[in-house]
Ligand binder design. Structure first.
Ligand SMILES: NC(=O)c1ccc[n+]([C@@H]2O[C@H](COP(=O)([O-])OP(=O)(O)OC[C@H]3O[C@@H](n4cnc5c(N)ncnc54)[C@H](O)[C@@H]3O)[C@@H](O)[C@H]2O)c1
Length: 268
């Protein structure tokens, strides 16, 4: 299904990004595995190689200067181009708005909205311009951008004014790229996840931190979420990654500018 497609997935050292990377590798894609944390990124690369697939890693903070251009170059040097970009890296930094600092608000915009913008812009020579040239030579090749949004960006969420604003903005970015690059056969879509069982949503009581910030959901709230989901549970990383996989595959060649809600029926 994805033979020789070159895919960049940010935040693919663990969680949903890793699950998506393994699925794509299984279908023949060549992966650029990227994460802020080098050890899990290298583990993902090794797993793919053990499956007989091809993968390289490009580690770093997606919000850092030059990251976007660097990872595009890595993909081009390693595999000759970029066909799929998944903007998945992320974390949460919650608090009620009356306590939220400027830094806290900006950090969520930076990772969930500004970084995807910079990555898509940096992909332009490899996606838009490459397609333009191919089209002049009568070649039709589809490329895919998948942006990872959230229930919070669609409905809002208590304690997440920063995250929800960024994830809502990401939907606006998605729909705009779909319009700008649709004629170049670049499909740009988003997934909006509900509750997915990863490090990000485990019990806050476990004390996990990301980028020095405590992540997770208080156990009481987690239980409340599970009860309000028609399927009565959170999704697995693989169930979430299936949506990314669909939107990155040829199955979605006529799907553009859409938001795929993967939430067990939490909202419709
Ligand atoms: N888990 C959920 O319920 C849920 C719900 C809605 C949306 N999402 C979104 O799904 C995406 C994946 O999250 P997940 O649940 O798999 O979490 P996760 O913590 O398991 O994985 C996220 C990965 O992103 C990496 N990362 C974090 N900050 C980074 C940075 N600055 N630069 C590079 N990499 C960075 C982390 O190291 C980690 O490996 C995120 O964008 C998240 O906001 C998750």
């Amino acid at each position: 299904m994805m033979k020789d497609q070159v895919a960049i997935i940010t935040g693919s050292g663990r969680g949903v990004g890793k699950a998506a990377a393994l699925m794509m590798a299984e279908q023949g894609a060549k992966l650029v595995i990227s994460d802020k944390d080098e050890v899990p990124a290298h583990e993902t690369v090794e797993e793919i190689k053990q499956m007989g697939g091809e993968a390289v890693s490009y580690c770093g903070d997606v919000t850092s200067d030059g990251f976007a251009e660097g990872i595009m170059q890595k993909a081009a040097e390693s595999f000759g181009g970029v066909d799929i970009l998944v903007n998945n890296a992320g974390y949460t930094w919650d608090s009620m708005i009356h306590k939220m600092t400027d830094e806290q608000f900006q950090a969520m915009l930076d990772i969930h909205l500004v970084a995807p913008f910079k990555l898509i812009r940096a992909a332009s020579p490899y996606m838009r311009d490459a397609a333009k040239q191919e089209m002049e030579n009568g070649i039709v090749k589809y490329r895919k951008i998948v942006n990872v949004s959230s229930v919070a960006g669609v409905m809002g969420n208590v304690g997440q004014a920063n995250y929800a604003s960024a994830k809502a903005g990401l939907i606006g970015l998605t729909k705009t790229i779909a319009r700008e690059w649709g004629s170049f056969n670049v499909n740009c879509n988003a997934v909006a996840f509900g509750l997915i069982d990863t490090r990000l949503t485990q019990s806050k009581e476990k004390g996990e931190t990301v980028n020095g910030v405590s992540v997770g959901i208080p156990e009481k709230v987690r239980k409340m979420f599970e009860h309000s989901i028609p399927q009565q549970r959170g999704g697995t990383a693989e169930e979430a990654a299936s949506g990314i996989y669909y939107l990155a595959s040829p199955l979605s060649n006529y799907t553009n500018g859409q938001v795929l809600h993967i939430n067990g029926g939490w909202y419709t």
